[in-house]
Design a protein around this ligand. Sequence first.
Ligand SMILES: Cc1ncc(COP(=O)(O)O)c(C=O)c1O
Length: 478
Amino acid sequence: MNLAIQRDQTEFLYQQVVRLVRQLQQQQLLRVGDRLPSLRQLSQQLGISIPTVRQGYEELERLGMVEARDRSGYYLKAENRPTCRPARLPLSSEPVPVRQQSLLEQFYQAVHQPGILPLGIAQPSMAQPSEKALLRTMRRVTTLAGQQVMHYGPIDGFAPLKRQLAFRYLDVGLSLQPDELIITNGGQEALAIALQAVAKAGDVIAVESPTYFGVLELIETLGMMAVEIPVCPDDGIWLDDLQHALAHQPIRACVFSSSISNPMGSFMPDAQREALVLMLEQRGIPLIEDDVYGELYFGAARGRPAQCFSRKGLVLTCSSFSKTVAPSYRVGWLLPGRFGTEVWRLKRALSFASSLLNQWTMSEFIASGDYDRNLKKLRQVLKLNKERMMALVQQYFPEGTKVSNPQGGAVLWVELAKQADCSRLFQQALQQGISIAPGTLFSPSQKFCNCFRLSFGVRWQPELERAMQKLGILARQA
Ligand SMILES: Cc1ncc(COP(=O)(O)O)c(C=O)c1O
């Protein structure tokens, strides 16, 4: 066997061991039941340490691909049962008002209960925290800027940060001036401003189905109605369903994520993004693009924001540092397209300005290179966590469980048998110290009763595997 390790620093060495074993299996050089090369043999062959090879083999064991046999070595296991993806849903016919408050309150209470394993919340930065570098940066900023950071900042945000963000969009082919971007208090404020800039109470907003419950809560609070457009687990909303809904409903605006939807994790190919923008702009309908997970892709490159395909300025892109750095800083931004004046007015009316200290810290964090370094590691860790979590679902959950295969982000969407009740599962899991996000939270018409969202944006620890085992047992009775 001709094996080689690449010391290009982009992948941990033990992950390369995992990849090499997978390659050997694909090339049929290793078959089910075969013994893997011994730790010593592979370490000599690859020129890496025995503990590193062991780490790789243990990872393969976690992924359910190999088994360790006492005093005999590691063996390739039979294929796991295939994982099924959630099925295509029918299009809902009518817009509905959103009423989600009570379950949402219980969900948020659970998230903040001490001692609860937070598998319901999407906080990817927990998988690879950057707090040391961030705190260092923040201290540097307070020394550097002194009193200045205590003042109100400009309404549209800290100019150097706006320049850096505009510059970064050039990498994905989006050319904009810094003044075409406004800083917000997280992605949530960006979404709130965008919605109010393009729609009013009573208007119908098209959302993904399932969709992020924060969007639903906004629609509810603003007295708007939601119409659900089913999402394909692989590549975003079904465009033919959207076309049908546009022909039959008075849709005022859409809120979609073309890069890494939450909770499905789908990723729209460029051609589809372009078709989506064209379809909406031809009808004069604004698209609010929720791009908070855009940087957390697992594929070769970041998806181009739908904004890149806009000809009429009807796309408003919302994003933030909450998923890539830390949510507590509450630094987000909005590219308002042609709605700049209205967006500016709303920002001033709603929160005046965002924290100058936090924006300055983010700006320095980018300038020092720490942001990109951390992001690279975060993507690697999340991708690995995803595979581990999918393997645990396969191992512990009942036969027939379907699970998404997210192309980025930090969550899996799990679908149990039709009759399962995941709101009950949520309560039972809480009693065992585990929080999940029940599926009905993700639909204004309370669909997805048999589904739930499971986060892999966590520090991996043995406790987590035990929790998944418990959750699997509960899922069998749900
Ligand atoms: C899809 C999606 N959009 C927006 C947000 C809000 O982001 P932020 O924390 O930056 O306000 C979240 C947070 O969970 C999210 O998942």
